[in-house]
Design a protein around this ligand. Structure first.
Ligand code: UD1
Length: 378
């Protein structure tokens, strides 16, 4: 079987990596890796290939930044000839970025079946570009690989036939577990002079939060209050930088701004933090596994298991609610919650079992490989 696997933006890299680490155990699968180039800065792309030991992409479409329509169309235009040349049996897409839907749509138009890794997640907020990408990608995919029970329910409610839905666990957590020990060797805490004092971590990049100066100000004003309690490290996403520079509040004395961090530095930074404030999807899952309290600066989440079983609390966008939740979290001992089912480091082997036909009948856990996951050079 020949597959074309697609990556495009930063959160895709940690999802594709464990599939490539596992591939040597599946000699019947030949894989070609395509990078759309949606993210292209070294710190947003190349660094992840190096740290996660992802093979160099066979094809780089070099699409870059543009409006949603232009970016999506450009990926489709450049991906189609690759598929015509490679003629794969399936295309594997991950996550919910523009590259995900663009490549899925290009494939099905050529009658090539699509496997969607991280299917079924729904925020029920159609103003999020990712929600549209998720719904559309799922609706045209042949294999839907799901991370949490809500995803199975969502897909069934949308009428997806049960035999297409495979509850396999979370590939991003495969990567986290495989890299956790190696991340301890990162020097980020010393580099930032954090010593042993408690600190928080902040990430913000959702258009709804950072493109509107008023919303951003409400969030930044909460950060202003919380940084009086503990230092906060803020790796700034390129989208956020402009808004931050124009913010009337300016820089805050106890907030450490950094450029985007690599995977290993960021994993260590989060693992040792007292509190995370974020609007990221993936970080809600990573903090759950790391047992670090996470306050999500959104009104909804497509990952409800991180709230019901993990360490995640939705705190919305209002300053007073964020501050109250932050102060409460800091006043309580951090309580480790339950790790969601199948977030055990074996999602990628379950996916490859299904694709290779070893386990055509998933749901997943029954025949998942029992071998130890292949570590990324731990
Ligand atoms: C994209 C994804 C989002 C994901 C996020 C992770 C979509 C619709 N959005 O959002 O789901 O959570 O990636 O980071 O696919 N830029 C750079 N260097 C880069 C990449 C981007 O400077 O390497 C800047 C450009 O100015 C660009 C802006 O960031 O216009 C936004 O990039 P884009 O890929 O369009 O969306 P993200 O906000 O990164």
């Amino acid at each position: 079987m020949k597959i074309v696997a697609v990556v495009g933006a930063r959160p895709n890299f940690m999802k594709i990596a464990p599939l490539f680490w596992e591939l040597p155990n599946y000699p019947g699968i030949e894989a070609v890796l395509v990078h759309t180039g949606q993210h292209y800065d070294r710190a947003m792309s190349q660094l992840f290939f190096e740290e996660l030991r992802i093979p160099r992409p066979d094809v780089d479409l070099g699409v870059g930044s543009a409006s949603h329509a232009v970016q999506t169309a450009e990926v489709m235009k450049r991906f189609e000839p690759v598929l015509l040349e490679q003629r794969p049996d399936a295309v594997v897409v991950v996550g919910d970025v523009n590259s995900t839907i663009a490549c899925a749509l290009t494939s099905v138009k050529l009658d090539i079946p699509v496997a969607h890794v991280e299917a079924g997640l729904r925020s029920f907020d159609r103003t999020m570009p990712e929600e549209i990408n998720r719904i559309l990608t799922d609706s045209i995919s042949q294999w839907l690989f799901v991370t949490e029970p809500s995803g199975v329910e969502n897909l069934k409610r949308e009428g997806v036939p049960g035999e297409r839905i495979h509850f396999v666990g979370n590939v991003m957590i495969d990567t986290l577990l495989a890299c956790r020990a190696r991340s301890e060797r990162a020097t980020i805490l010393e580099d930032l002079g954090l010593g042993t004092q408690p600190y928080g971590v902040l990430t913000l990049h959702r258009p709804a939060n950072v493109d509107d100066p008023e919303v951003f100000d409400s969030l930044w004003s909460a950060v202003e209050r919380l940084q009086r309690e503990l230092p906060i490290v803020f790796p700034v996403h390129p989208r956020t930088r402009k808004t931050l520079e124009q913010s009337p509040r300016g820089n805050l004395p106890n907030v450490r701004l950094t450029d985007p961090l690599g995977y290993l530095d960021f994993l260590k930074l989060v693992a040792h933090s007292r509190l995370v404030l974020t609007d990221s999807g993936g970080l809600q899952e990573e903090t759950t596994v790391l047992g670090v309290p996470c306050l999500t600066l959104r009104n909804n989440t497509e990952r409800p298991v991180t709230v019901t079983q993990g360490t995640n609390t939705l705190v919305g966008l209002e300053t007073h609610r964020i501050v109250a939740a932050g102060l409460k979290t800091l006043s309580e001992p951090a309580s480790r919650r339950r790790t969601p089912d199948l977030w055990d480091g074996r999602a990628s082997s379950r996916i490859l079992d299904v694709l290779s036909g070893t386990n055509s009948q998933a749901p997943a856990d029954a025949t998942a490989a029992q071998r130890t996951p292949v570590l990324a050079g731990a």
